[in-house]
Design a protein around this ligand. Structure first.
Ligand SMILES: Cc1cc2nc3c(=O)[nH]c(=O)nc-3n(C[C@H](O)[C@H](O)[C@H](O)COP(=O)(O)O)c2cc1C
Length: 310
């Protein structure tokens, strides 16, 4: 099994420090896991040009979906695809994760949408006789992911979009999120640093322990958050008691008990989250791809049966 640590901060910065704490804890939990840590700061990752060539490759039947730009993106994308588990650490710049992480997500996500790949692969299997090849298997396997967001501020309102936006990294590929750590306030507060060190040790151990488990067997042990699926605290209000989790795209009902505020989500709505396979499958219809797949409903039923193992 392969564990990949991705550092989007400085080579000797806080992200690297907390990532190494998590990696060391993972190594202790299972010394047989193959580990690689990458400093992405030394990589050149251009922004997405929006040309759509990657999607055309997916629809065109090639084995490897790639980007037409020649920089370090492909190397990083291949490392992500080959890993079984990934720990991503990124600094908060101006309230959100630093920009090259988003540039990577923009180039990686859309053509590696799990549902899109499953549907295209099914089409390819049917067209195998015409010379179409199946997708590279790493594209369709399960990936586990955990996030470490690191801000320099002492107060949580200066890291507002850090951890929530890091959830965009694994969203399209339907990676299973095992844990997340929101690290801030460690420059000036030694107590806080001890607490955040423990959280990152926990995060490293948990991702390795989750490797042999099915998605449904992986429990959430960190801060529950307001959203029961992504465990983040952001909600979009529309002036009624119906609110939406902007990460998952699911709707819930706001409940108030004195000063205590919670949001109730139905079981059906939780399953609809775009962090779940069911959510990304639903997105295929929303994108208008139904006519492209004459056996759409048949594919959907087949992949829904696999929800637990994916
Ligand atoms: C351009 C820039 C913007 C930053 N904005 C924020 C911010 O909005 N909130 C915050 O908590 N820290 C902010 N920081 C501080 C970094 O998050 C902090 O120094 C972190 O440790 C950087 O990660 P690294 O040490 O791994 O490189 C900013 C730093 C830079 C360089």
């Amino acid at each position: 099994m392969k564990l990949l640590g991705l550092n989007f901060g400085r080579v000797k910065g806080q992200c690297k420090e907390f990532l190494e704490i998590a990696i060391e804890s993972a190594r202790k939990a299972d010394p047989s896991v193959e580990i690689e840590v990458v400093d992405t700061i030394s990589m050149k990752i251009n922004r997405c040009l929006g040309c759509g060539a990657c999607s055309r490759m997916l629809e065109g039947g090639v084995q490897q979906i790639s980007c037409i730009q020649k920089d370090d993106y492909e190397n990083l994308a291949n490392k992500v695809l080959a890993a079984d588990a990934i720990i991503v650490a990124a600094p908060v710049y101006v309230l959100a994760p630093e920009g090259s992480l988003k540039d990577f997500i923009d180039r990686f996500g859309p053509a590696h949408d799990k549902a899109y790949m499953l549907f295209e692969n099914a089409l390819r299997e049917e067209g195998a006789a015409e010379g179409k090849v199946p997708l590279e298997p790493n594209c369709l396997k399960r990936h586990l992911v955990s996030y470490i967001s690191v801000g320099g501020a002492s107060t949580p309102h200066w890291v507002s979009f850090g951890i929530s936006q890091m959830n965009l990294f694994g969203m399209s590929m339907n990676m299973k999120v095992v844990d997340q750590a929101n690290v801030f306030g460690c420059y000036r507060d030694p107590e806080k640093k001890i607490q955040k060190t423990k959280e990152c040790e926990h995060l490293g151990r948990r991702i390795v322990e989750a490797l042999p488990l099915k998605n449904s067997e992986i429990t959430w042990e960190s801060e529950p958050g307001i959203c029961p699926v992504c465990h983040c605290n952001e909600m979009t209000l529309n002036g009624t008691d119906t609110v939406c989790c902007p990460i998952c795209g699911i709707y819930g009902t706001l409940k108030m008990d004195g000063h205590k505020v919670t949001v109730e989500f139905t079981e059906e709505e939780k399953l609809r989250s775009r962090l779940n396979l069911r959510g990304v499958l639903e997105h295929q219809e929303e994108l208008g791809r139904k006519p492209r797949y004459p056996k759409f409903d048949e594919y959907l039923a087949r992949f829904l049966e696999k929800v637990d193992e994916m």
